[in-house]
Design a protein around this ligand. Structure first.
Ligand SMILES: NC(=O)c1ccc[n+]([C@@H]2O[C@H](COP(=O)([O-])OP(=O)(O)OC[C@H]3O[C@@H](n4cnc5c(N)ncnc54)[C@H](OP(=O)(O)O)[C@@H]3O)[C@@H](O)[C@H]2O)c1
Length: 242
């Protein structure tokens, strides 16, 4: 079986992961939150290119209650790859953030993904070579001012991958984090051109990452040959922060 679910398949990085995995023979669930048209266009594009594989869209708000999560996860066909490429940030001082913003950031980036893993576990343990990949961040390794809550969620994902990876290693389920530096996607559209130029100057590789710089590593972690690599956080940052 080669069927994966990509949470956040409508994002800049998620779309690149979808194209990379489809080219590698995977059938895919393409999850989205608000961008239904984008998800449908992507599934149409992939169906035309790879007619022997299946591409299904799936809507889910990660801010949903447990009952909704359970209903959606229970409705899935078996998958052996799970990629969490969704995520939100809020660029602000902690004291300027609403309490509800803090809660939402943690719920969407951390709590709901861990609940989904728990719900998917029986399915993932049944199949050979199952895989979980989280999109973390360099800020999970070296936290950033103005994004302290976001950084905390990303650091927690790395800790979770380490602990949970040990729990399930003997079942050929690997759990890893791909932690990018700055990637040219709409998540960074909040920053001015000048700020992005300054960031670029700080990156030893001399440029922001392209989504494909990240999706390449996700594809390789999903390969059956990656059975012995688990619990790791791999920083894909052009030599920037870590
Ligand atoms: N871009 C960077 O520089 C960078 C750096 C380090 C780490 N990362 C991490 O890489 C991942 C992908 O980032 P990106 O740049 O591709 O982000 P992006 O382009 O902003 O995409 C965000 C994705 O998250 C989904 N999403 C937003 N709110 C959601 C909710 N309430 N419930 C479920 N899904 C929701 C969006 O769905 P819709 O589009 O359908 O609303 C979209 O698919 C994130 O985890 C991010 O933290 C990014």
């Amino acid at each position: 079986m080669k069927r994966a679910i990509i949470f956040g398949a409508t994002g800049g990085i998620g779309q690149a992961i979808a194209r990379e995995l489809a080219a590698d023979g995977w059938s895919l669930y393409l999850h989205y939150f608000s961008q239904q048209a984008q998800a449908l266009a992507l599934s149409e594009e992939l169906m035309q290119q790879y007619p022997k594989q299946d591409f299904m869209t799936l809507k889910l708000d990660f801010n949903s209650d447990d009952k909704t999560l359970k209903r959606i996860i229970d409705s899935l066909l078996p998958v052996n790859g799970v990629v969490f490429a969704h995520g939100i940030t809020d660029f602000n001082f902690l004291g300027s953030q609403d309490l509800s913003t803090i809660e939402t950031l943690i719920k969407i980036n951390l709590t709901t993904p861990l609940k989904i893993v728990s719900l998917l576990e029986p399915m993932l343990l049944k199949v050979d070579h199952s895989r979980i990949v989280f999109l973390g961040s360099v800020y999970g390794g070296q936290a950033s001012a103005m994004e302290s809550v976001y950084s905390a969620t990303k650091g927690a994902l790395s800790s979770f991958a380490q602990g949970y990876g040990r729990e399930v290693a003997s079942s050929h389920l690997t759990v890893n984090v791909i932690a990018p530096g700055a990637v040219a996607t709409k998540m960074n559209a909040i920053f001015s051109k000048e700020t992005l130029e300054q960031v670029k100057d700080e990156i030893p590789a001399g440029r922001l990452a392209k989504p494909e710089d990240v999706s390449f590593w996700v594809k390789n972690l999903l390969a059956p040959q990656s059975d012995y690599l688990t619990g790791q956080t791999i920083y894909v940052d052009g030599g920037w922060l870590v």
